[in-house]
Design a protein. Structure first.
Length: 106
């Protein structure tokens, strides 16, 4: 089931207002994949129906936020940026410092 642009806008505004997560049109796949199980569970036929349901039943807001949000708590879950810092950026900075005749306090 595909989320229609107007449904995505309403859900994105709702999610942003509740928890600050920004969902633009490029995140339609995320909304579809994460909210479809909730639609099926509630026997809803569209993402617009889901939005209408949460408006009528604010207790359902947490279910939507839980489904949309990434529930990974590890600060270092994405290793690539830290590896780039450790093995490329920091060595380049230290090299530039030493070429300039400065001492790097490591």
């Amino acid at each position: 089931m595909k989320v229609m642009p107007e449904e995505l806008q309403r859900l994105a505004r709702f999610v942003h207002d509740k928890c600050g997560i920004v969902l633009d049109s490029s995140k339609a796949y995320l909304v579809e994949s994460r909210l479809l199980p909730l639609l099926r569970e509630k026997n809803l036929t569209s993402f617009g129906d889901l939005y209408n349901q949460v408006v009528r039943n604010p207790a359902m807001a947490n279910r939507i936020i839980d489904a949309i949000s990434t529930n990974e708590t590890s600060f270092f879950r994405d290793q690539r940026p830290f590896e780039l810092l450790k093995f490329k950026i920091f060595p380049d900075v230290l090299d530039a410092i030493s070429r300039a005749g400065q001492e790097a306090n490591q």
